[in-house]
Design a protein around this ligand. Sequence first.
Ligand code: ZN
Length: 141
Amino acid sequence: MYCITHFIAGAIVGAATPGPAGAAVAGLVTHAVLDRVPHSDYSRAAQGVLDVAVTGLFAFCILMAGADVRAIAGGLGGALPDLEVAAAFLFPKAYGPHGPLRLLFPSHNGLVRHGRLAFPWGAFTQILAIAGLAVLFLWVL
Ligand SMILES: [Zn+2]
């Protein structure tokens, strides 16, 4: 799933939690839940770099617009688990079958099923997931 999707989902849920630590944990939970949704991932490093850059710009913009620290903490909690995926992409030998490192996050190591769906449908599911989450939280709050 795209970094921006995880960040926005974590920010939405994080903004509704009592504090930044809880927001970060809530963001982690959204990551595991969203990774179950059938979705597309990119396969080129340039796409990942662009995604992270857009996410950073989005985070900066909402911070400048007055976003609560809980939203930022939630967004970071939502996005940061994919750092290990980026590390595995950059260092395939270290994460390979004979390498010393393993993916730890449950939706990355197989403990929680990771949904997959080809582009563009896998991008639409991410948009729908964010829209549904936003509506749910607007309705609940
Ligand atoms: Zn992930």
